[in-house]
Write a protein that binds this ligand. Sequence first.
Ligand code: GLA
Length: 361
Amino acid sequence: MGWNSWNKYADDFDEKIVRGMADAMVSSGMAKAGYTYIVIDEGWTSGRDANGKIIPNGKFPSGMKAIADYIHSKGLKAGIYSSPGPQSCWGKLGGGGYQGSWKHEEEDAQTFAGWGYDYLKYDQCTAGQVYDNTTQDAQAAYQKMGEALLMTGRAMVYSLCQYGAHDVWKWGAKAGGNLWRTTGDIGDRWESMERIGFAQIDISRYNKAGHWNDPDMLEVGNGGMTADEYRTHMSLWCMLGAPLMAGNDLRSMTEETKSILMNPEVIAIDQDRGEFHPVERLSGQGTFEVLARELSGNAYAVGLYNRGEQPAEISFRLDDLKFDTGLGSRRLVLTDLWKHAPVTATAKSSPPPYRSMASCC
Ligand code: GLA
C-alpha cells in the first residue's frame, strides 16, 4: 500500500510535491490506514554523471537521498523508478526522454539502495529496443535487476511493469518480483477500470504472499469517476488482493475520497494475512457480477457488482460459500462494509437468501 506520482502528475511533479505527499500521507490518516510507500515514478532523472552514476534533474534539487531521508523521517518508505531499457517511456525527448538502467543494472541497484530506497518500479518502456520479444528475454531483463537488488543486501520491494506481457504472472516471482503489472495502463474512467478489474479473476490463482498480480494503481479521487464508481474500484481491487497504490493528491482529498481510500474493513479484505485463496466468480449474469474470496478466520468477502447503467437488485446464496465447518447452528454475521451496517439474510428457501441494492461489497 502506498502512493505513486504517475496517475495524477505524469512526469510533471517535483520534490516539493513528493515531500507534501509524505506529509499528507501522515496527516490525512492514510499512513495509519496502512499506506506506507511514497513512490517517485517517471520524471526524476537527468542522465548520468561522468562516472556513470544516475542523477536527478532540476526538479529534485536536494538529491534523491535527502528525499528518501525525508520520507523515512515521516515513518514511511520510499520508492523510485527505472527501466530495463536505455531510456524510460515518456518525457522531454517525446517518449524515452529519461534515463533507464540498461547496462547499468548493478550500479543503479547499488545507487538506489545507497540512497535508502525501499521499492523499485521497473518499467519496460524502451527495453524492446535492446531485448527480443520472447518470454526468455523478458524474464532475463527483469531477473537481472531482481538479482542486482538482492545483491545490495537491502530489502526492497520489486515492482515489475511490463503490462502483463508473456504471462508475467507465471515467472514474475522467479525474476524476483513482489508485484507485476498484469495489464496496460489504467485511465481515470469507468470503462478502463471496469475492463481491467474484471479481467483479473482467471489469474487470481497466481497470487501468493509476497508475490502479487498488479492491475495498476488506484484512480480514486482523481475526478474521472463518480463516488459509486470509485467504491466499485476500491472494492474490486480489494477483492482481488491487489496492491493499493493511491494515485491522487493526498493534500486535498474530499471526505468522500477519504472514506473510500481509508475504509478499514474493505482494506482488511485486501490485506488479509491468511493464505491467499483466489477470488471466485459465484455468478456473472449480464451486467451483474458476484465475486467471493475466502479469508482467514472462517470468513468470506463477497462483492456484488453492478456493471450496468441502472440501479439493480443483486443476490447470492449463502450456500454457495464453502465454509469449512458448515454453517450448522453457528452464528453467522453478515456486514455491509460500505454502509458499516449488519445485513439480514432471508430464509433458506427461495427467493435467494441475501438481496442488496449495493453495487459493491
Ligand atoms: C508506463 C507505466 C505507467 C507509468 C508510465 C511512465 O506507461 O505503465 O504506470 O510508469 O509508464 O511513463
